[in-house]
Design a protein around this ligand. Structure first.
Ligand SMILES: [Zn+2]
Ligand SMILES: [Zn+2]
Length: 256
């Protein structure tokens, strides 16, 4: 690519593609390959061997996800399968999550306090960070996603506190989900509604089925991190077996 950002093809000289993707070179190669070998001239033989060298190096290259040969991360079927699995859990999780926050009446304008005994300083909800609601982190704790301003400092733009929700017990969960040691954030920042908002909270459009977070999650992962049996699921830091998909399959079908 040249410094001004336009690609120019070193074979045909046209802009907008490079030698690797050149249509005239591809056509030329097909013509040469159709000729009997002993009738090809020097230049034609060079083109053919360049083509075969590239083909070989593509086959030899290892996939950076599964380590398999002959394909790359972009075309890896193992990665696609793993990503699909987590994406389904993401949709199931976000659906259940939305239902729950609507049930408790959380919305901008609600009054909340910490979910502890003798909680003080009720606060006014000013913002909800929907991108913090993500299945790839929720198996450990649900990130603080509610930004609020203490009522005692309601006119102070800079006064703020963060809240999250405790995962309700009825959510279909894996072993890791209910492990108490992972829930410190919810125990510290869990919220209780003091005054609910009647209007149902509305996430940004596309939030329920967005694939961005799961794609990000897999950006630097490799296939060996994927849990392969129950023992690994229990022990692995990378575990993502925290949602009973089979039970949720019907709900998912309704959304899709
Ligand atoms: Zn070209
Ligand atoms: Zn692969």
């Amino acid at each position: 690519m040249s410094w001004n950002g336009t690609v120019r093809c070193s074979y045909c000289g046209e802009k907008g593609h490079n030698r690797r993707g050149c249509p005239s070179l591809k056509e030329r190669l097909e013509q040469i390959l159709a000729m009997p070998e002993d009738t090809r001239n020097y230049n034609e033989r060079c083109l053919v061997s360049e083509f075969e060298r590239k083909k070989r190096s593509n086959v030899d290259r290892k996939c950076s996800y599964c380590g398999g040969l002959g394909h790359n991360r972009r075309t890896c079927e193992v990665l696609a399968k793993h990503r699909d699995y987590v994406q389904k859990q993401q949709v199931a999780f976000r659906t259940a999550f939305l239902k729950h926050v609507r049930e408790i009446g959380l919305n901008i304008g609600a009054i909340v306090t910490h979910d502890k005994e003798n909680a003080r300083h009720p606060a006014f909800v000013t913002d909800i960070r929907w991108d913090n609601i993500d299945i790839t982190s929720a198996h450990q704790s649900i990130n603080c996603f509610v930004s609020a301003r203490p009522l005692v400092a309601i006119t102070n733009q800079r006064a703020g506190s963060w809240f999250t929700v405790r995962a309700p017990n009825h959510w279909p969960t894996g072993r890791k989900w209910t492990g108490h040691d992972h829930r410190w954030q919810e125990q510290t920042y869990g919220l209780k509604i003091v005054s609910a908002v009647d209007k149902a909270v509305e996430p940004p459009s596309g939030w329920l089925t967005s694939e961005e977070e799961v794609k990000d999650f897999f950006r630097d992962r490799e296939a060996w991190m994927w849990p392969s049996d129950d023992s690994v699921i229990d022990a692995s830091y990378y575990s993502c077996e925290f949602w009973n998909l089979e039970e949720k399959e019907k709900d998912l079908a309704k959304i899709a």
